[in-house]
Design a protein around this ligand. Structure first.
Ligand SMILES: NC(=O)c1ccc[n+]([C@@H]2O[C@H](COP(=O)([O-])OP(=O)(O)OC[C@H]3O[C@@H](n4cnc5c(N)ncnc54)[C@H](OP(=O)(O)O)[C@@H]3O)[C@@H](O)[C@H]2O)c1
Length: 338
């Protein structure tokens, strides 16, 4: 897909004050600071999407101090197309800012046919990382993740592949995603022994999905591993968009997404109550949902998606109010546990 010269004839220059408002948090026991809000390219960046819109979202993000863009081999649709589109935009707008960016990719889900394009073998991870670099036109990614645990491949092999990718200079840091607590602890121990410490765990965490609170956050903290919370808005449910029905252009209304209408309808009573609590705090629900995660300093960053620059700007304003009093926490817990 071509990037039009007409819509943006002027060369992109990031605003000078881009680091003034964002806060940065140390990722585990590492040298890396991540922005409190990071941007993911799972949706809205594939061939099915408008690349100029996608490009604007990235520019607004970077201008607001979002230095971390997260991808994976299979983001699109079709698979690979988010990385290819990102590569086009990167070449056009962001090459000069490469050293100001943390770009991540992953492998772990089905990517190509046959036994070597899925899960956690060394064969798959090494090939997939090479393919991702090619699609994005990058010499290296900052973080390469194993996207999900593989029950059949020895963890030593998968972690060995991450270590190899780092030693080859194709990634600067290694990460894991969707690993349950016990496997995360083992993975971190293996990576430590290999001399490539696990930088980060990318875990699903939102008001509606609280499994990480059981013991994962403590385990990561004890092992010096950061945590980035994905789908922190529960794919848009924790915003005011579904309060009056399911809009035509929303994720829940589209085919081929992971958000069903029935899921939204089931959560609607809670969404409405949380919306009221957010208004009492002087926030939108989206902002309260993000600040609620960020009140815990074991959360390095919240990894949001956005289908417009307005959504992104609204979400960024979450950073204006991260504190909660005991009463607010109690009322939110009551709604979530009801
Ligand atoms: N590791 C993994 O297995 C994994 C899995 C999933 C995601 N991720 C990562 O996490 C990133 C974020 O996931 P996500 O997109 O599910 O995150 P999310 O922030 O929970 O949901 C983003 C979606 O919510 C809606 N939205 C966002 N802000 C809004 C606002 N202010 N008002 C109204 N609607 C708003 C938009 O959907 P509409 O299209 O409805 O406007 C947007 O695309 C992904 O891009 C990816 O990088 C990782």
């Amino acid at each position: 897909m071509r990037i039009s010269d007409k819509t943006n004839p002027v060369e992109y220059r990031a605003v000078q004050d881009r680091y003034d408002e964002m806060t940065y948090r140390r990722c585990g026991n590492s040298g890396i600071l991540l922005p409190a809000i990071s941007l993911g390219l799972w949706h809205n960046f594939g061939y099915v999407d408008n690349i100029e819109k996608a490009r604007n979202i990235l520019k607004v993000a970077f201008d607001a101090g979002i230095t971390h863009f997260d991808l994976a081999n299979n983001y699109g649709p079709p698979y690979g197309s988010a990385e290819e589109n990102f590569g086009l935009i990167f070449k056009r707008d962001f090459v000069k800012y490469r050293d100001e960016l943390i770009i991540s990719s992953k492998a772990g889900y089905d990517m190509w046919p046959g036994p070597y394009g899925n899960l956690g073998s060394r064969k798959y991870l090494i090939a997939s990382c090479d393919q991702s670099l090619k699609r994005m036109g990058l010499e290296y990614v900052d973080i390469f993740y194993h996207h999900r645990p593989d029950p059949d491949t020895p963890l030593e092999e998968t972690m060995g592949a991450l270590d190899q990718i780092v030693r080859q200079g194709k990634a600067l840091y290694a990460g894991i995603s969707n690993y349950p607590s016990d496997m995360a602890e083992k993975a971190a121990a293996i990576l430590k022994d290999l001399g490539t410490p696990c930088l980060i765990h990318q875990a699903k965490y939102s008001m509606f999905e609280r499994w990480v609170e059981d013991d994962l956050l403590d385990i990561l903290d004890d092992n010096g591993v950061g945590c980035i919370a994905f789908s922190p808005l529960a794919q848009g449910m924790l915003t005011d968009k579904y309060i009056h029905g399911i809009p035509e252009d929303s994720r829940a209304a589209k085919d081929m997404t992971y958000l069903e209408r029935s899921q939204v309808e089931a959560q609607l009573p809670k969404i409405k109550q949380l919306h009221e609590l957010a208004l009492e705090r002087g926030q939108k629900l989206s902002q309260m949902a993000l600040s609620w995660l960020l009140k815990d300093d074991r959360i390095t960053s919240v990894l949001i998606g956005a289908s417009s620059t307005n959504q992104l700007k609204e979400n960024l304003d979450a950073l204006d109010k991260l504190e909660f009093d005991e009463d607010e926490i109690r009322k939110i817990d009551e709604v979530l546990k009801s």
